[in-house]
Design a protein. Structure first.
Length: 256
């Protein structure tokens, strides 16, 4: 496991034996990290648009790409900080996002294979196949983008706040996104459809709800379930609504 323990330092933690095995220190602020699918390399994005690639076993910096003007600042770091990194399944390509663009690097040559401008601020992205990325934006929209053409293949408003993290299933058919409001969404990638939203709470209660409004919940999860009746007003769910929309079997079918 890799954790960021300061703005310029990463620690590789051996979870099984509970000790820090390696430390990586940078001159520039660390803004994004990713580990290759084969667990051999650590990709580190920095605040000056530099992508560094470390050998996780030896700790050696093997490659370094990019670099830009680091004189202009935003409130949270440099203007061209890398905000997200995605690695292809074969580890041959690395896609990086900053405030206004996506770049596709050929890891072997260090050259930019493709580059195009985006209008959204991307906080998370992941490869779903060799040609496409699933990206999460600060406006709560999930998009599938063709890496080699820049074409948006799908756009889905999944969240009401920024998307912080995305993960895909091993078969590549489904994805889960997490937003800053604590809600998660389950997406059917092939159909481009939202299957369910769900939330987990500190007291171990939970709720799953489909786009149609059908839900399943833990024993006290109903305490967290409200209905918006106006832009500024919400109300608790009543017995009639519970009887109509509490459909655990329907939710399970959606999830599967």
């Amino acid at each position: 496991m890799v954790i960021k323990n300061s703005n310029k330092q990463l620690a590789v933690v051996d979870v099984r034996n509970s000790y820090v095995s390696k430390l990586f220190t940078h001159e520039d602020q660390i803004s994004a990290i990713s580990i290759s699918p084969d667990n051999k390399y650590l990709f580190v994005g920095c605040s000056n648009d530099v992508l560094n690639i470390y050998n996780l076993e030896t700790g050696v910096l093997e490659k370094s790409f990019g670099g830009g003007n680091n004189l202009a600042y935003y409130y949270l770091g440099y203007v061209n900080s890398i905000t997200s990194i995605a690695i292809s399944s074969d580890s041959n390509y690395a896609a990086i996002a900053n405030n206004d663009s996506i770049k596709l690097y050929n890891v072997r040559t260090g050259k930019i294979q493709e580059q195009y401008t985006v209008s959204e601020f991307i906080k998370s992205m992941v490869f779903i196949n060799e040609n496409c990325l699933l990206v999460g934006n600060t406006d709560g929209v999930l998009k599938i983008i063709n890496l080699f053409t820049g074409e948006v293949m799908m756009a889905l408003k999944a969240h009401d706040s920024e998307i912080k993290q995305i993960a895909i299933s091993h078969d590549g058919l489904k994805a889960v996104s997490l937003s800053s409001d604590g809600l998660s969404c389950l997406l059917d990638i092939k159909k481009g459809q939202l299957l369910s939203k769900f939330a987990f709470y500190n007291n171990k209660e939970w709720i799953f709800i489909t786009p149609e409004g059908y839900f399943n919940t833990s024993s006290k999860g109903l305490n967290f379930l409200n209905i918006r009746v106006s832009p500024t007003e919400v109300t608790g769910i009543n017995e009639t609504q519970i009887k109509h929309y509490f459909k655990p079997d329907t939710v399970v079918q959606k999830l599967n």
